[in-house]
Design a protein around this ligand. Structure first.
Ligand SMILES: CC(C)(COP(=O)(O)OP(=O)(O)OC[C@H]1O[C@@H](n2cnc3c(N)ncnc32)[C@H](O)[C@@H]1OP(=O)(O)O)[C@@H](O)C(=O)NCCC(=O)NCCS
Length: 182
């Protein structure tokens, strides 16, 4: 898949003016973008991924990104992996300084639009069952729960013990059959 030109990105933080600009990216990313992805992921998750792991994931067939930026400021991204008529959300992250402004929802909806137009029929994801914010977002967009993986995540507590958390499996049917108008 051919890479599309990326916006100028910066690691500066600023108040997001809605709606964000969303760019889709397939294939290899620049070193600057890999650093930005890893830095934002590290601000959003206990175990952040390295630039090298992002490079490895993005090198996989069917893997892509939707990137949210505001006036050139990188504010969030969603990573996905497509396989034929299914696609999985690999990770979703919005900078803590601009949460609650609709950016996460915009990223999921933009991905769903792209996926539907590309012939994907179902979007899947797994989310920690205690991640109420993300679950609320996914339900809000139309995802429904279709399974649970017991003790799927092992999360280290501040006291150093390991907390085992179930994964909630969710799916969004896209009714993606193309019409003559598409
Ligand atoms: C989950 C996350 C991506 C949400 O991003 P966001 O930009 O703040 O979300 P939005 O502003 O687009 O909110 C969209 C919907 O999500 C839900 N939501 C968002 N924040 C919420 C909160 N604090 N409490 C409850 N529901 C919330 C609401 O349904 C909201 O819709 P509404 O505004 O119409 O009520 C963001 O909190 C994040 O990056 N968290 C850390 C990483 C993470 O958990 N990723 C998901 C892993 S699967």
């Amino acid at each position: 898949m051919a890479a599309r030109p990326m916006p100028a990105l910066s690691d500066k933080h600023a108040m997001a003016a809605l709606p964000p600009k969303i760019d889709m990216l397939f294939g290899e990313a620049t070193g600057e973008l890999l650093d930005l992805l890893a830095a934002l992921h590290g601000r959003c998750f206990d175990k952040g991924w390295t630039p090298a792991s992002f490079a490895q994931l993005l090198g996989k067939p069917g893997c892509g990104l939707a990137i949210a930026s505001n006036d050139g400021v990188f504010v969030g991204f969603i990573m996905f992996q497509r396989a034929e008529v299914e696609a999985e959300i690999v990770t979703l992250a919005v900078d803590p300084s601009v949460r609650g402004e609709g950016i996460g929802k915009c990223l999921v909806e933009e991905l769903a639009d792209w996926a539907r137009q590309s012939g994907v029929e179902t979007l899947f994801l797994e989310v920690a069952s205690n991640n109420e914010t993300a679950i609320a977002l996914y339900r809000n967009v139309g995802f429904v729960e279709n399974g649970r993986r017991p003790e799927y995540y092992r999360i280290k507590t501040t006291l150093g013990s390991i907390n085992k958390v179930d994964a909630l499996c969710m799916a969004l049917r896209l009714n993606s059959r193309k019409t003559a108008d598409d």
